[in-house]
Structure formats: structure tokens, C-alpha cells
Write a new protein. Structure first.
Ligand SMILES: Nc1ncnc2c1ncn2[C@@H]1O[C@H](COP(=O)(O)OP(=O)(O)O)[C@@H](O)[C@H]1O
Ligand SMILES: Nc1ccn([C@@H]2O[C@H](COP(=O)(O)O)[C@@H](O)[C@H]2O)c(=O)n1
Length: 208
């Protein structure tokens, strides 16, 4: 089994990289752990308008215990019930996703490389890089189209929360990466290199 961590700022292209890697490998060999699924539950009785103002780019926003526990379970060969999270309602959903242990586990999220406990469980650590102005443009497009926010709200939130949190908690994790991928999802060569690396490890493990 190989555990890969893929970090990077919001809008950098992490999800796209994961999708492209999955397209290159047999589906039943890869399981994905999206860090977004491990946001904490919303505090009870708080209105949606207030929930939307909360800081989701701080380490305290995540349920690290559950995330790390479930990675350990998969590594030890046990299936998990992965939580699901809805960004529009800023809360965990009642449904879970049954995830079987596979040969390749990919943990993807803004703070995938933040905690040493998680980094130590990874065989390969990747940071997807993109200019902050390009990330901002992509986040505006996504949040307006998919999350029903106005461009003004997205820009204010970017300046007040996302940008300082990125500088403090996300960008510094680049130093823990074995590989830094510029131009995220469009970097065909990087995805190809990762595919070759993953296949090599899987072949070596199969021989043991
Ligand atoms: N290198 C790139 N050039 C142009 N657009 C990109 C690139 N990488 C990703 N995108 C687009 O940017 C948006 C955000 O990408 P996504 O992979 O969802 O980022 P993340 O998961 O890091 O938030 C998507 O619409 C995606 O198609
Ligand atoms: N309720 C929430 C939870 C998270 N976000 C934003 O999502 C971003 C992380 O996801 P990516 O797929 O873009 O890496 C993060 O920047 C959060 O601000 C949100 O808006 N609302």
C-alpha cells in the first residue's frame, strides 16, 4: 500500500491532479480521502449566514482525530465509513461513504501536509502550486457558480481570511513536499511521473 498526500492552496488544482492520476490507474486500486470531508460539524443553533462567516482555512476547522484514525484504519487493511460534508450548508451530512482499503490511498486537501502525524503516514508528499491571483480567479468562478456566493463576498473573504491563512498555515507546508507541481491539473508531465512512480512502488510491493 502507498499513501500519497496532496496539499496546496484553494483553487491550486489539487482535485484536478487527483482526478488525472485516477484516470491513469485501475479504479479499484485507488481510494481518495478528501480533507474537505473532515471539516468539523457545525455548532448547533448557529444560523447559516453566521456559519458562512466562520474560518474554514484554519487547522482548528478540521476533525483531525477522525481523519488520522481513518487513515490508520485503511493502512491496517480495514474499511472505513468516510464522513461527507456539504460546503453550501457548512455542515456534515448524515450519509457516509464506505471506503475499502486499496493499494493506493490519496489524501487531498489544503492542509494535507500540516500535521506531522499525517506526514509520517505518507510515502509521497506533493504540493500543488499556483499563483495566488490565478487561484483567486478560480475561487471566484467556483464559489459564484457552484456555491451561490457573490463575487464581492468571495473577494472580501479572500483578503480577510483565505490569504492570511494561506500564508500562515498552507504555504509553509511546501517545505515538507517531495515534489512541487506547478500549473496543477494541466501539468501532464507531473501526472505522468507520479503514475510511473506509483506503479513502480506497487510492483515492488507485489513482489514481497
Ligand atoms: N493549471 C490550470 N490551469 C487552468 N485551470 C486550472 C488549472 N488547474 C486547475 N484548474 C481549474 O481551476 C479550478 C480549481 O481547480 P481544483 O482542482 O478544483 O482546485 P483545488 O482542488 O486545489 O481547490 C477548476 O475549475 C479547474 O478546472
Ligand atoms: N463550509 C466551507 C468549508 C470550506 N470552504 C472553503 O473550501 C476551501 C478548501 O477546499 P478546496 O477544495 O478549494 O481546497 C477552503 O479555502 C475553505 O475556505 C468554504 O468556503 N466553506
Amino acid at each position: 500500500m502507498i499513501v500519497i498526500g496532496i496539499a496546496g492552496g484553494t483553487g491550486s488544482g489539487k482535485t484536478t491532479v487527483v482526478r488525472k492520476i485516477m484516470e491513469q490507474l485501475p479504479a479499484n486500486q485507488v481510494s481518495i480521502i478528501p480533507q474537505d470531508s473532515y471539516y468539523k460539524r457545525a455548532p448547533e443553533g448557529v444560523a447559516l449566514s453566521e456559519l458562512r462567516k466562520m474560518n474554514y482555512d484554519h487547522p482548528d476547522a478540521f476533525d483531525w482525530d477522525l481523519l488520522e484514525q481513518q487513515i490508520k484504519e485503511l493502512k491496517e487493511g480495514r474499511a472505513i465509513e468516510q464522513p461527507t460534508y456539504s460546503v453550501p450548508i457548512c455542515d456534515r451530512l448524515p450519509e457516509t461513504i464506505h471506503v475499502e482499503p486499496t493499494n493506493v490511498i490519496i489524501i487531498e486537501g489544503i492542509m494535507a501536509l500540516y500535521r506531522k502525524e499525517m506526514r509520517d503516514m505518507m510515502d509521497l508528499r506533493i504540493y500543488v502550486d499556483a499563483d495566488s491571483d490565478e487561484r483567486l480567479i478560480r475561487v471566484i468562478e467556483r464559489d459564484v457558480v457552484e456555491r451561490g456566493r457573490t463575487a464581492r463576498v468571495v473577494m472580501d473573504r479572500y483578503l480577510k481570511v483565505l490569504k492570511p491563512m494561506h500564508r500562515e498555515f498552507i504555504e509553509p507546508t511546501k517545505e515538507f513536499a517531495h515534489l512541487i507541481i506547478p500549473q496543477g491539473g494541466e501539468n501532464v508531465r507531473a501526472v505522468e511521473i507520479m503514475k510511473v512512480y506509483i506503479e513502480k512502488i506497487l510492483r515492488e510491493q507485489a513482489k514481497k
